[in-house]
Design a protein around this ligand. Structure first.
Ligand SMILES: Cc1ncc(C[n+]2csc(CCOP(=O)(O)OP(=O)(O)O)c2C)c(N)n1
Ligand SMILES: [Mg+2]
Length: 355
């Protein structure tokens, strides 16, 4: 019988607070720490600008990831470029950390085909909106890498709600059985739209699910970018060394609406949100870097300005795209399209031309 260790319940942390001193991560020098800061600020800027663009009617419904940036930046920094990323809608802009232009992601949220990137260009799979269906895809890709004796590993991001879905179970189980080099990264923001984590599972902690798949589980503070980096690096090293998958539960609290179409005041604990916003991840990392003497206001200002510029260019480029051909709505849907498609398309063209 395989020996399975109980999953760890204690939250791993590196960044200190009033009661705990700052720790440090072995192997990260000052320039690595600043690069990580650049990434977390780029994601924060993307997110905040996107909410504004949405309000201005320039992008469609948008899934806000404010205070999720540490989970995304920390984990991506633990990867190599050959490693594959499988994002959910909550990680829509994670490709930016692989050099994807902001215009591409903004176009995706504009429903424009210039937002459809080729996954092989960045080793970033398409954004998955159905909950958890990308977990088996990621497990399959990772298993394939193992069978071909390639070095690459895969990471798949999903939420607490996804752990109640069949596809999460199938993917995690398959990865465990095949020893696939996969990191299962669960952003536990404690809400699945309006469903709280207490209605999601009877398990004491989501990380306990790892035990059922016979794989190691790590629990980490999701608003601590350095702890997330360290935990993911450990999981990636194990996967690359043939040690199979790891389940990471990154614990946080959703401090923004689920998406721009949601009003959480109807169900969320507003005081808790206020508390959590005080310890949001970008400010916490900034505080750490300042205490360490690595970051001052002029460097921070320059990094913020670069990110704001990238977003200004991004929305201008996305809006400069010519409108998509409406035929795309019908093309590739059926081998033998119904006859009505022709007249539907004609009608749509007539409406769009404003005649
Ligand atoms: C298969 C499926 N069922 C239902 C939905 C509707 N839906 C969209 S987001 C969401 C909540 C998911 O919550 P969680 O997995 O915790 O991720 P979070 O949004 O909190 O990051 C649901 C149920 C969906 N997209 N896909
Ligand atoms: Mg959630």
């Amino acid at each position: 019988m395989a020996q399975v260790l109980p999953a760890e319940h204690e939250l791993r942390r590196v960044i200190g607070d009033e009661s705990t001193p700052d720790g440090e991560v072995e192997g990260l020098d000052e320039s690595d720490l600043i690069e990580l800061y650049r990434s977390i600020v780029l994601l924060r800027t993307y997110d905040e600008r996107s909410v504004v663009y949405h309000r201005q009617g320039r992008i469609g419904t948008y899934a806000i990831f404010w205070n999720h940036e540490a989970m995304q930046a920390g984990s991506v920094h633990a990867l190599e470029d050959e490693d594959w990323i499988f994002p959910s809608y909550r990680e829509s802009a994670i490709g930016l950390l692989r050099g994807m232009p902001p215009a591409t992601v903004l176009s995706w949220w504009r429903g424009h085909p210039s937002g459809w990137w080729n996954p092989a260009d960045y080793n970033v799979a398409s954004i998955c909106v159905p909950i958890g269906t990308h977990v088996p895809h990621a497990a399959g890709l990772a298993w394939g890498k193992k069978l071909k004796r390639e070095r690459a590993v895969a990471i798949v991001y999903f939420g607490d709600g996804a752990t109640s879905e069949g596809s999460f179970h199938e993917g995690a189980n398959l990865a465990g059985v095949t020893g696939a080099p996969l990191v299962l990264f669960c952003n536990n923001n404690q809400w699945a739209i309006s469903t709280p984590i207490t209605a999601q599972t009877k398990a004491e902690a989501l990380v306990d699910k790892a035990v059922g798949y016979g794989i190691p589980g790590i629990r980490v503070d999701g608003a601590d970018v350095l702890a997330v980096f360290e935990a993911t690096r450990e999981a990636v090293e194990r996967a690359r060394d043939g040690g199979g998958p790891t389940f990471i539960e990154a614990v946080t609290y959703r401090t923004a609406p689920h998406a721009t179409a949601d009003d959480p005041r109807a169900y969320i604990d507003v005081e808790r949100v206020e508390e959590e916003r005080k310890r949001e991840c970008v400010g916490r990392y900034e505080g750490y870097l300042r205490r360490l003497g690595v970051l001052d206001e002029s460097i921070a200002e320059q990094i913020r300005a670069e990110a704001a510029d990238a977003m200004r260019r991004g929305i201008a480029d996305a809006e400069a795209e010519p409108p998509a051909d409406p035929e795309l709505l019908f093309a590739n849907a059926y081998v033998d399209p119904p006859a009505s498609f022709g007249s539907d398309l004609q009608e749509l063209r007539r409406i769009l031309s404003g005649e």
